[in-house]
Every structure is written in structure tokens, then in C-alpha cells.
Design a binder for this molecule. Structure first.
Ligand SMILES: *[C@@H]1O[C@H](CO)[C@@H](O)[C@H](O)[C@H]1NC(C)=O
Ligand SMILES: *[C@@H]1O[C@H](CO)[C@@H](O)[C@H](O)[C@H]1NC(C)=O
Ligand SMILES: *[C@@H]1O[C@H](CO)[C@@H](O)[C@H](O)[C@H]1NC(C)=O
Ligand SMILES: *[C@@H]1O[C@H](CO)[C@@H](O)[C@H](O)[C@H]1NC(C)=O
Ligand SMILES: *[C@@H]1O[C@H](CO)[C@@H](O)[C@H](O)[C@H]1NC(C)=O
Length: 473
């Protein structure tokens, strides 16, 4: 009797355990329950590089790898991952639920590197077609909007560059408009949609202004957030030398959250990540909502934090240890305190005098929506593959992990965060240190791991779920 009572309670507790879905308020991401500001502390997650992607395999389709990586990322101290290439028809429930349980949000590009899987920067009018929306963009929205830890969607990544035609910015706004209208019609929360830009300083202002200005005749085409891929801080640089002062000045008046969607120059190795202290400093953190380090796994381009040697061994590289130390120095209370000056910012209206570069598009005629795309928005796509949270059944990682000295790291496992919490730096202090506690198994020890977890209430529910989990084991 008691057992079955606990069982049903257990099912309830584990399936409802979730990070709080975030909202955009002025130029901040905000936890709507606590009103705390959310700063992205993240990594780009692209195991195998873009060539590691296929229609049958994406970074959120391999449960074992997700469990391993979520535990390692949790220990690193991050709260967000960005994923570039996703195949909407696959089942992502296990992976998304694992990252949710780890207190890690996901920012997802709705595109794929396959033909027709993204806007063509040389002929956007050709790729802006119903097939692209049905099979990729709207399908991705359906696949990922059921997860509370989906923080946002990128409509495009670096589509504007030296090869792009003049009309591209208007097409990006058209894709954002269609995505936001689809979300409004078919999703029960306003998942933010944004654009990720290359750091081309000559057109950065124009790009940002074009995406964030308000258009009375096309309100939904506006970006909800702005990502910047920036590699200007190399080695032990400085705020001025790396031009972070200029970026801070540029974005201090932004009307939406701005963050580094990629950073972490590797011209000097090993990386020591001193830019982390600059990015989250009092000054810069008013203009920026944090950032994502490029990138989690070691690939040919040498930006990795960890080396996946095989499915059963992983090495945490020296960059991982260096980044972890930088994160541990952050004062999370300061970083996450709310600020009404930030949340009361209002967007500026679009007008051609916002645009300075003569080659940058300075008109705001957003391409008309095709009838077939309108139909998809009205009726939803056919047979959507809708993701939803599932119970996370295992917290042990089936992988031997070594540190950069080749020493075995013991005790790494997924620490399920309590309801309404997300991960934050310092999780290593209790969770996966090499203190020799061995493989934990979800016992009551793991519930003291909250040193590294951002608490926002409901400790009781968390406690309850741990008790229930222990009972079920
Ligand atoms: C930011 O906005 C304030 C108030 O509108 C204005 O005084 C200031 O010049 C702006 N700064 C920049 C860099 O645009
Ligand atoms: C894994 O890869 C790292 C980095 O290349 C290397 O130092 C380490 O020896 C490898 N470990 C195993 C077990 O192969
Ligand atoms: C709040 O934000 C404003 C504008 O972004 C900034 O000038 C101010 O220093 C912030 N206040 C605190 C306490 O951080
Ligand atoms: C929408 O408004 C913008 C800016 O005011 C203007 O440039 C554009 O021509 C308008 N588009 C339509 C279709 O009216
Ligand atoms: C945890 O942090 C300590 C101190 O910063 C460090 O020495 C240790 O290597 C870390 N453990 C892991 C698994 O990262």
C-alpha cells in the first residue's frame, strides 16, 4: 500500500521535475518564477563536428553519449548547450530529459547541413520554400518545444557574411516571423527565436539593428535575442586589447538579450579562458547575457574541452580544467540579480537611418509569406514528431573518464537537480570530485550535491524525489 503510494508519487515527482522555462524580458533572460536574471554559462555541443551529423544521428539521439556528456558538463559548471544540427524526425526524449535532469538548457539551431536544410545566402528566395519549413524548421519546433529546457531557437547562423546577397537580412526576419507565428499557434509558451551573427565588426551594428528593431507592419519578424560568434580574445588578452570594451559599448543599449553564441579563441594554447571573468564582470554582464564556449568535443579544428577516445573512455583536456577554474570564480549571486533598468528596455522602431554601411540592406520589406507556408502555420505540419520529457532511469555513466594527467576521475555521474533549478558552477565541489566516493548510485549523498545548483524553491519536492528514487532502486 505504502509502496504503491510512493510509486505513483515517484512517477509524478520524476516526470514533473524540470528546469523553469525562461522568458525574455527587456534585454535579459529571466526565470519567471524567481525573477532572477539568467546568464548563459555554456558550451557548443557538436560531437563529431558538422560531418558527424546525418538524418539518422544527431547530438541528441544517442542516450549513452548524452548521459556521459551531461554528467561531464554538469561537473564543468555549465547551464546551457547550443546544438547546430538536428534531425527533427528522430526521438530526442531521452537526451533532452537527461539534460533537463542535469539542469542544462538547450539553444537549438533549426537548420541542418543537408541540401535545402538552411537559408541559402546566395539565393535565399530559393531556399525560402514550404519544404524547408515543413521538413526542417517547423518540424524542429514540434520536436523540441515540449521540453521545458528548450531555451530558444536560432533561425540562422552566420547567414550574413562576405558571400551573402543584399536581401539576406530580410529573409532571416521572414524565417523568424514564420517561426514565431508557428510557435504562437501551436506551442503553449513563447519560446524565443533569434539569430547568430559572425563578428564582422564593419557590419555588426547594422546586423544587430536590423534584427532587433521593431517593425509595426511585421512585429513577429523581430529577433528575441542576438547571438554573436566572437573570437577576439586570444590568450591572456585584456578587456581593451580584445575589443570587449567596444562590444560592451555597442550592446549596452540593445533591446534584447545578447550573448556570445561562440567564443574561445585557440590561437594560444592551452586556453586559459581569462575572458570568462571579463564577460561576466559587472560592466560587461549588463550588455551581455553570458556565452557559449566553442566547443565541447575535440575535433580536427582543435577547440575541444574533452576528447572522446571511444564510447567507453573520455579524457578531460587541460582546457576543461582551466575553464572549470574560471567558472568557479564567478559570483553567481551578483550575476543573476535582477535589474529593472535591464528589463524595462524597449525596442527602437526600424528605419533606414539605423543602417550605416552602404552595402547593407536598409529597407524593411520583409518577403511575403507563401500561401503554402501560411497553410502549414494554420493547420500545423502533418504528423509532427512531438518530443516530451521521459523519466531518466539511470544516472551512472558507462564511461571511464581520465583527467589531463591521465589520472582516472572517480564518482562522475548525473546529479538530478531538484525541481525549478538549473546547474551552475561549483557542482564539482561535491558531485564528481576525485575524492574516491566511487560510483554513486542516487543515494542520499547525492542530495547534498546542491552546492552547485541554483536553488529557487521547492527543495522539498527535490528531496522527495530523491527519497522516492532511492526507494525505487
Ligand atoms: C544609449 O541610450 C541612451 C539613452 O537613450 C543614450 O543617451 C546613449 O547615447 C545611447 N548610447 C549608445 C552607445 O547608443
Ligand atoms: C584519449 O585522448 C587523449 C587526447 O588525445 C590522450 O591523451 C589519451 O591518452 C587518450 N586516452 C585513451 C585511454 O586512449
Ligand atoms: C542595472 O543596469 C543598468 C543599465 O544596464 C546599469 O547601469 C546598472 O549598473 C545596473 N545595476 C546593477 C546593480 O547592476
Ligand atoms: C513596413 O514598414 C517598413 C518600415 O516602416 C517599410 O519600409 C516597408 O515598406 C513596410 N512594408 C510594407 C509591406 O508595407
Ligand atoms: C574538481 O575541482 C577541483 C578543484 O578545483 C579540481 O582539482 C578537480 O580536478 C576537479 N574534479 C573534476 C572531476 O573536474
Amino acid at each position: 500500500m505504502l509502496f504503491s503510494h510512493l510509486l505513483s508519487l515517484g512517477a509524478l515527482a520524476t516526470t514533473t521535475l524540470a528546469v523553469p522555462s525562461l522568458v525574455v524580458d527587456g534585454k535579459d533572460f529571466v526565470n519567471p518564477k524567481t525573477k532572477d536574471r539568467f546568464q548563459i554559462i555554456g558550451v557548443d555541443y557538436q560531437p563529431g563536428g558538422s560531418s558527424g551529423f546525418s538524418k539518422d544521428k544527431d547530438p541528441l539521439s544517442d542516450k549513452e553519449a548524452c548521459l556521459r556528456d551531461a554528467a561531464i558538463m554538469q561537473n564543468l559548471g555549465i547551464n546551457t548547450i547550443r546544438i547546430y544540427n538536428l534531425s527533427p524526425s528522430l526521438n530526442h526524449d531521452e537526451c533532452a530529459s537527461i539534460f533537463n535532469a542535469a539542469g542544462i538548457y538547450m539553444i537549438l539551431d533549426v537548420n541542418s547541413p543537408l541540401t535545402g536544410g538552411s537559408l541559402d545566402r546566395t539565393a535565399p528566395w530559393e531556399s525560402y520554400n514550404p519544404k524547408y519549413f515543413e521538413e526542417q524548421v517547423f518540424a524542429a519546433i514540434e520536436a523540441f518545444s515540449g521540453y521545458p529546457n528548450t531555451l530558444g531557437f536560432f533561425a540562422g547562423n552566420e547567414v550574413i557574411n562576405e558571400d551573402s546577397v543584399r536581401q539576406v537580412p530580410a529573409y532571416i526576419r521572414a524565417v523568424q516571423r514564420d517561426m514565431k507565428d508557428y510557435i504562437k499557434k501551436h506551442v503553449d509558451r513563447a519560446i524565443p527565436v533569434g539569430y547568430s551573427a559572425a563578428d564582422v565588426r564593419s557590419i555588426l551594428d547594422d546586423t544587430a539593428h536590423y534584427m532587433m528593431c521593431e517593425l509595426k507592419n511585421s512585429t513577429s519578424s523581430r529577433s528575441d535575442f542576438f547571438g554573436l560568434n566572437s573570437y577576439s580574445w586570444c590568450g591572456d588578452s585584456s578587456y581593451k586589447k580584445a575589443g570587449y570594451d567596444v562590444l560592451t559599448e555597442k550592446f549596452s543599449n540593445a533591446s534584447l538579450p545578447v550573448f556570445f553564441s561562440e567564443y574561445g579563441c585557440n590561437e594560444v594554447t592551452p586556453r586559459i579562458f581569462t575572458e570568462v571573468q571579463a564577460l561576466y564582470s559587472q560592466e560587461m554582464s549588463q550588455a551581455f547575457s553570458g556565452g557559449l564556449i566553442y566547443e565541447y568535443t575535440q575535433e580536427d579544428n582543435n577547440y575541444g574541452l574533452v576528447k572522446v577516445n571511444s564510447s567507453d573512455t573520455v579524457t578531460l583536456l587541460i582546457d576543461y580544467a582551466n575553464l572549470q577554474k574560471q567558472y568557479e570564480k564567478l559570483d553567481m549571486n551578483r550575476i543573476e540579480s535582477s535589474n529593472v533598468t535591464q528589463t524595462s528596455v524597449k525596442p527602437v522602431e526600424c528605419s533606414s537611418d539605423l543602417i550605416k554601411d552602404k552595402d547593407f540592406l536598409n529597407t524593411f520589406d520583409i518577403p511575403k509569406r507563401l500561401d503554402k507556408i501560411q497553410k502549414l502555420i494554420d493547420n500545423g505540419i502533418d504528423k509532427p514528431n512531438k518530443g516530451k520529457l521521459v523519466d531518466v532511469s539511470s544516472t551512472k555513466i558507462p564511461t571511464t573518464v581520465y583527467d589531463h594527467n591521465g589520472k582516472k576521475v572517480n564518482g562522475l555521474k548525473l546529479n538530478v537537480v531538484s525541481n525549478d533549478q538549473s546547474n551552475s558552477p561549483g557542482s564539482n565541489k561535491s558531485g564528481g570530485s576525485s575524492s574516491g566516493s566511487g560510483d554513486g548510485d542516487g543515494d542520499s549523498d547525492s542530495d547534498k550535491d546542491n552546492a552547485g545548483v541554483k536553488t529557487s524553491g521547492s527543495v522539498f519536492l527535490g528531496f522527495l524525489s530523491v527519497v522516492v528514487a532511492a526507494f525505487l532502486l
